[in-house]
Design a protein around this ligand. Structure first.
Ligand SMILES: *Cc1c(COP(=O)(O)O)cnc(C)c1O
Length: 380
């Protein structure tokens, strides 16, 4: 074991760097006891709206709820179909199934890991309700052609921004929009390890349609606009005031965090680029990358061996995601047998994510890269 301590994500060091600001923000909430819907929540929704250049931001309890509320607000009906990438976190499919809708899995692009937009149109039927692109690992799905299909077919687009808050997509006419503000609705998560993480669960929903925002706000709060007057069926999904207070501090650092993550990614790119058993992450031409994950594809070596080699050298790594959704017990269907999504199946066997966070040091990075280079010389 090395003396260099490395974590996938170092939340403690990140906290310590801004401890006084965070502690003060939390203390203010404690002093006010406005734990639910306190002023920090409204302030945060306004600040995030400004940051994203979004007309409306509605905070909620977590990213999974955000997706569920988005579908509810758009008036989905049981049996409706929702198109989503098959290579994603389970939450995206889970809420679709939970609402009695049918998840329609779609293959991803081997290079960007995001939904293969060319395959979307053939999935559209007269029951198609929405497309849910997931901006996986930190960069945007190819939104311009996706939005064009959605507009032409008159279906909604719900962006899953849980891994890409702050990423910017460039359209061919020069317009630049932040992830989550391009579709009908954007949904994000403030889970602690996300790029903008709070100290528990949190989420938010964005839209450019102020009437829709009002409905989203009602659904997130028991379907009420006026207390004890329930016009529609809703859920209980609020962002705690303490979490909002923390996020108000951390939002100021989000761009700096993205820079730090990019610096780590650049370092890995530079040091690992020549190793024949690794394929580095591809940066999409029309999106910035906020590197929620730095995900490699392994070529011609055993992932299990490589992962345990890293582990024995004190280097953690993660597999996102080891089992594709169509092969998960809960989501298996006869029309999605093994072999149906070859690219995703191959990715589930070959991807590995290296440590990346805002507090990584040169010492840690050089140690990781040297260890990986040594693997190429004698390990395999
Ligand atoms: C984290 C995540 C979610 C869910 O967010 P929670 O806040 O954990 O509910 C949804 N989609 C993707 C792609 C995620 O990474």
């Amino acid at each position: 074991m090395s003396s260099v301590k490395i974590q996938m994500v170092d939340l403690q060091s990140q906290y310590l760097r801004i401890k006084s600001e965070i502690d003060e923000a939390i203390q203010q909430v404690l002093d006010s006891t406005a734990f639910i819907q306190g002023p920090a929540v409204k302030l945060f929704s306004e600040s995030l709206a400004t940051y994203l250049n979004s007309k409306a931001v509605v905070p909620c309890a977590n990213g999974t709820d955000a997706l569920q509320i988005a579908l509810m607000a758009l008036g989905c009906k049981p049996g409706d179909e929702v198109i989503l990438p098959v290579h994603t976190y389970v939450a995206t499919a889970e809420v679709i199934a939970l609402l009695g809708l049918t998840p329609v899995f779609t293959e991803v692009d081997e290079n960007t890991f995001n939904i293969d937009v060319k395959q979307i149109e053939s999935k559209i039927t007269d029951r198609t309700f929405a497309i849910v692109p997931v901006h996986l690992y930190g960069q945007c799905a190819d939104m311009e052609p996706l939005l064009e299909i959605a507009r032409r077919k008159n279906i909604y687009v719900i962006e899953d921004v849980a891994q890409a808050l702050g990423a910017v997509y460039s359209f061919s006419d020069g317009r630049k929009l932040k992830a989550g503000t391009m579709g009908t609705i954007g949904c994000t998560s403030f889970f602690p390890s996300k790029n903008l993480g709070c100290f528990g669960d949190g989420g938010a929903i964005f839209t450019q349609d102020v009437l829709l925002a009002e409905k989203i706000r009602m659904i997130a709060n028991h379907g009420q606009r006026i207390k004890y007057h329930h016009d529609i069926i809703g859920v209980n999904s609020r962002l705690d005031t303490i979490q909002a207070a923390i996020l108000n501090v951390k939002l100021n650092y989000l761009d700096d965090y993205a820079k730090r993550r990019n610096a780590v990614a650049d370092y890995y790119d530079r040091e690992l680029g020549s190793l024949s058993f690794l394929e580095l992450p591809v940066r999409a031409k029309n999106s910035t990358h906020v590197f929620h994950q730095y995900t490699l594809k392994l070529k011609g070596i055993s992932r299990e061996d490589f992962k345990s080699y890293l582990e024995s050298n004190g280097i953690p790594s993660m597999i996102y995601y080891p089992v594709p959704l169509h092969l998960q017990k809960a989501y298996q269907r006869p029309e999605y047998p093994e072999g149906k999504f070859i690219i995703t199946e191959r990715l589930s066997q070959s991807v590995i994510s290296l440590p990346i966070h805002t507090e990584m040091t040169e010492v840690q990075l050089s140690y990781i890269c040297n260890s990986i280079k040594a693997y190429s010389e004698n390990g395999k």
